[in-house]
Design a protein around this ligand. Structure first.
Ligand code: SF4
Length: 449
């Protein structure tokens, strides 16, 4: 009888992409996936360490699994992802009912560790920093329309608050050949959109010796795909966005009109303490360059309030940056110290209530901007790539504009994977409501392969 697995994913797109890889690796080793956690023989929790709220949630989940393991001792409980890498064996000491700890670069070792647990009845830890080779024929993907493709792993930037370089290691780019091979396969299977993933895609290719940088890679993907009509990417660090990439945004038809540009703070003093490598003045110029090249580009950002040493004046600089740039979406967080990072031991750590107050103030301003930005879409027509049926209303489908706005509108399941023209009739702060333009009017509706 084949064993069944269930994967719980926390965190960013990188983790979602890793979960798809883990599912594919297990499937190629004869396991089958299940949608029922109670039905699983192997449960994996893919964890995130970026913020303490995420870690606390995961620790709570692990605690709750204690009773499940008591009832079903044959169940294998594994922890992978950033927390597994950063906590290592400590996690197992704290939660002895965990059977496997798998590091971020060791995904392909999972079947071996499961076998080891089953055969020896012992727990297994592999958090080696040596990346293991992943060889899979088919990646199991959550969507049949849009796909994530990792183009590089790790980060060299060491922003002072961030744990990622410690848990994901130094930058390693995949060869352009292997990325294109994966994307061509997606193209042939009828995918319509790809998102290229890296902690900082601007440094793609620096270590491959191929003389192919990120903008070159975008040109290749744009040229060599037919069914794929949209290309997205994340994340591009503001400190080193090259003009060549900005030009590619304007010149390549498939690159979507949205850019995630994490500002993190608006005060030069705090940006320096964060080791971000740019000033607010530089950031403003960069935003201008992007908007000069692509006037209707939607710019989104990440912001942290309450960083150590942040005065009221520094915080006002962040609010001022937000007002000046007018981001479509701002993902706002209060600073939380991460183990082993320089910021965790900096002087001037702020009380929680100050962080919370600043966060609420920032959210209020950003929400108002997001609401106004979305309201400006009402009455306009956009090409939407249909992705799914609205889980709350099966008469509705949803998809995204090139600017990455989610649009809900009446339509049938058969339109999934199609591009349709939609008139926007309503808006909120996270999504838009639309009406599909009737056939005939919808002249440039693409055929789905
Ligand atoms: S660029 Fe900075 S914030 Fe982003 S992953 Fe690297 S260290 Fe973390």
């Amino acid at each position: 009888m084949t064993e069944k697995f269930y994967i719980i994913t926390h965190g960013c797109q990188m983790n979602k992409c890793d979960s798809e890889l883990l599912a594919s690796i297990l499937t190629e080793h004869g396991y089958t996936s299940t949608d029922e956690v109670d039905d699983a023989d192997v449960i994996l929790i893919n964890t995130c360490s970026v913020r303490d709220t995420a870690e606390r949630k995961i620790l709570g989940r692990l605690e709750r699994f204690k009773a499940v393991k008591q009832e079903r001792p044959e169940l294998i409980l594994g922890v992978c992802g950033c927390m597994a890498q950063s906590w290592g064996k400590e996690l197992m000491d704290k939660y002895p009912h965990v059977d496997i700890i798998l590091g971020t670069g060791r995904l392909s070792e999972l079947p071996r560790l499961i076998r080891k647990c089953r055969e020896l009845g012992k727990s297994a830890v592999d958090i080696s920093e040596e990346p293991s080779e992943i060889e899979i024929d088919n990646t199991m993907r959550e969507s049949s329309v849009t796909a994530w493709v990792n183009i590089m792993y790790g980060c060299n930037n060491f922003c002072s608050y961030c744990i990622v370089p410690y848990v994901r290691g130094r930058e390693r780019s995949r060869s352009s050949g292997s990325i294109l091979q994966e994307i061509k396969k997606l193209d042939e299977s009828g995918y319509r959109e790809v998102t290229l993933l890296g902690q900082n895609v601007n440094s793609y290719g620096l270590d491959t010796g191929e003389n192919v940088d990120f903008a070159d890679l975008l040109v290749m993907v744009d040229r060599e795909t037919h069914n794929i009509k949209r290309i997205r990417f994340t994340t591009s660090h503001p400190k080193d966005v090259p003009q060549k990439l900005i030009n590619a945004l304007g010149d390549l038809p498939k690159i979507c009109n949205n850019f995630h540009l994490p500002a993190q703070a608006g005060s030069n003093k705090i940006l320096k303490l964060m080791n971000r490598g740019y000033t607010r003045e530089y950031y403003f110029k960069l935003v201008d360059k992007l908007r000069d090249k692509v006037p209707d580009i939607a710019i989104t950002t990440d912001l942290i309030v309450g960083f150590p040493g942040e005065t009221e004046e520094d915080f006002q600089d962040t609010l001022d940056l937000v007002q000046r740039v007018q981001f479509d979406v701002g993902f706002c967080f209060r600073y939380s110290p991460r183990r082993d990072t320089p910021a965790a031991t900096m002087e001037g750590q702020l009380p929680e209530e100050v962080k919370m107050r600043r966060l609420h103030e920032l959210l209020e301003i950003q929400d108002e901007i997001s609401v106004a930005k979305n309201a400006a879409y009402v009455g306009t027509v956009h090409e939407v790539l249909v992705e799914k049926v609205n889980p709350r209303d099966d008469l509705q489908i949803s998809g995204r504009t090139s600017t990455n706005k989610i649009v809900f509108f009446n339509g049938s399941e058969e339109l999934i994977g199609h591009f349709v023209n939609v008139r926007i009739v309503g808006s909120g702060n996270w999504s838009l409501r639309g009406e599909m333009i009737k056939e005939g009017e919808n002249a440039d509706l693409y055929e789905k392969v």
